[in-house]
Design a binder for this molecule. Structure first.
Ligand SMILES: C[S@@+](CC[C@H](N)C(=O)[O-])C[C@H]1O[C@@H](n2cnc3c(N)ncnc32)[C@H](O)[C@@H]1O
Length: 253
């Protein structure tokens, strides 16, 4: 085996370099560990702002009654819940996630909220989606792409399952566009956040991974280029909260 080939087998898990084959299990351990406390930690960590980012995503998706939506890496189902209301009884929402602990917490939450009828739950890897070509009007992946080992494969797989005219929305942490904001955000991410994770979820490591994985994720322009390479047209993005988060949107024509 050549050294070039070996280096292709490596990837990032936060700041660590790991074998590509190991990343999926390491990510799985993170989400098995945080699943039960995921929602409360989201509210605490973002001071509730994740709700505004998700609302913005729903609005930008231009979802309509009767649409078929894939909420990929859907986790505990915040987007699924809103999509389910809008697509109505003639539409359908599929919450797909690789992690059965996250799906279980999400499914229980949504069923308790009375979100039933037009929602389906499927355990699936974004890199190889188990759906026919041209199935969905909309695919969203919120705070999920960062965790996927082969992001290019995931983007191609999403492109394949979108209908012509369909669109992908990627909501993900990105690069703050002001120096001062980066500094405050770094201090918060590495000094406060892991300690809140320890206190609430008894898990400092997973929240350190969160901060590190955000720093390793492609920035706004790089992700835009990756989406274009996967085939998406009219790709653009909006920075939210000074670029701490970005929403990328692209179409399949
Ligand atoms: C930070 S959570 C986001 C959950 C939800 N979308 C939200 O915004 O609250 C990331 C989710 O991505 C899922 N995930 C990670 N790798 C994945 C993959 N390769 N395919 C599908 N889901 C994946 C995890 O299991 C986890 O539920």
């Amino acid at each position: 085996m050549t050294s070039e080939f070996k280096s292709e087998e490596k990837t990032h898990f936060g700041y660590q370099t790991v074998d590509k084959n190991d990343k999926q299990n390491l990510v799985a351990n993170v989400f098995h560990s945080v699943a039960a406390k995921y929602d409360i930690m989201n509210d605490l960590m973002s001071m509730g702002i994740h709700r505004v980012w998700k609302r913005f995503t729903i609005d930008a998706s231009a979802v309509r009654p009767g649409n078929k939506v894939l909420d990929l890496a859907g986790g505990t189902g915040d987007l699924t819940r809103k999509f389910s209301e809008i697509v109505g009884e003639n539409g359908q929402v599929v919450l797909a996630d690789i992690n059965d602990s996250m799906i279980k917490v999400g499914r229980e939450k949504l069923e308790n909220l009375g979100v039933v009828g037009n929602v389906e739950y499927i355990q699936a890897n974004a890199e190889a989606l188990p759906f026919a070509d041209n199935t969905f009007d909309i695919v969203t992946i919120a705070f999920g792409l960062r965790n996927v080992t082969d992001k290019d494969a995931a983007l191609k797989s999403i492109y394949r399952v979108l209908k012509p005219g369909g669109r992908l929305l990627v909501l993900e942490f990105s690069k703050p566009n002001q120096e001062w904001l980066s500094k405050v955000y770094d201090f918060y991410s590495f000094n406060i956040l892991p300690n809140v994770g320890q206190l609430i979820a008894n898990d400092k490591e997973s929240y350190l991974y969160l901060s590190e994985s955000i720093r390793m994720h492609p920035d706004q322009e790089t992700l835009k280029t990756m989406m274009q390479s996967a085939g998406f047209d009219q790709v653009n993005y909006s920075n939210l909260t000074g670029g701490i988060v970005a929403l990328h949107k692209g179409f399949k024509f």
